[in-house]
Design a protein around this ligand. Structure first.
Ligand code: G3P
Ligand code: MG
Length: 255
């Protein structure tokens, strides 16, 4: 195992800084950098041609001017879509970025990434293999800049199969049966939990397993503070600057 991940933050920018710029676009990652965010989360999917792209929904409709299933189109088409105007006309030039374009930007900014694997059912192996291949140069030199996560157990298992060294986070929307055994068997470094199901007892249990604990998606400062008081290491937020600022103020106040 290479150097374990160091989570040098208590806030992860969700889909970049998606309250301020269209989610999962370069504008959103640039905004996160401008806000001083050290870690960002984003979602990856696979286009018809195999290209790994940064996008959240199965369909294009909500966050672009395209229509229908993302997987029906090659990147030569997807890259022409407007992925910004739905958010605000000022972002009309935004495109659906490739995984590599985002990773290159983050590396230049010395930022870290939680890459969430969103595979279409039955396509988990393909997306995991392509993602790891595209990132191989980065992973060999700086494994600790990245955590891969997924709601799909299959995707997590393929991640571990194809990369014995990569840092894996288990995503939980509900408390699934056997999640602890699966988490240990995959050797996850972290558990990423829907904050709405988090309790002080479960936080204690996860920290007792020696895992990093992250909660999504937290946009309320007082909820973030409650989660931190239970031992939660970091929260995913659409407004990372507001959570960072509040954390800094309360730390200064305590000192
Ligand atoms: O990775 C945390 C969070 O992003 C998971 O949910 O739907 O926002 O991708 P979602
Ligand atoms: Mg996500």
């Amino acid at each position: 195992m290479k150097t374990p991940v160091v989570l040098n933050t208590s806030v992860v920018g969700h889909r970049g800084a998606c309250a301020y710029a269209p989610e999962n676009t370069m504008a959103s990652f640039i905004k996160a950098a401008q806000l001083g965010v050290k870690w960002v989360e984003f979602d990856v999917m696979q286009a018809k041609c195999g290209e790994v792209v940064v996008f959240h929904d199965d369909t294009l409709d909500r966050t672009s001017n395209g229509q229908g299933d993302l997987r029906s189109y090659s990147y030569s088409y997807l890259c022409l879509l407007d992925a910004g105007s739905w958010f605000d006309p000022v972002f009309s030039g935004e495109r659906i970025p490739t995984l590599l374009a985002v990773i290159e930007f983050l590396q230049n900014m010395q930022m870290s990434a939680n890459i969430e694997i969103k595979a279409f059912p039955g396509k988990e192996e393909s997306l995991v293999k392509c993602t790891l291949e595209k990132m191989s140069a980065y992973l060999s030199s700086s494994n600790d800049f990245f955590i891969f996560s997924s709601f799909s157990i299959q995707a997590l298992q393929f991640l571990r199969q194809y990369s014995p060294d990569c840092q894996i986070g288990m995503l939980l929307h509900e408390w699934e049966p056997d999640w602890q055994e699966i988490c240990q068997s995959i050797n996850c470094v972290s558990v990423h939990v829907n904050h709405e199901i988090m309790t002080a007892d479960m936080a204690r249990k996860i920290k007792g397993m020696g895992k990093l604990l992250l909660c999504y998606t937290v946009n309320d400062v007082s909820r973030a503070e409650e989660l931190y008081s239970w031992g939660v290491d970091a929260v995913f937020s659409d407004v990372p600057d507001q959570i960072i600022k509040a954390s800094t103020v309360s730390t200064e106040f305590c000192a």
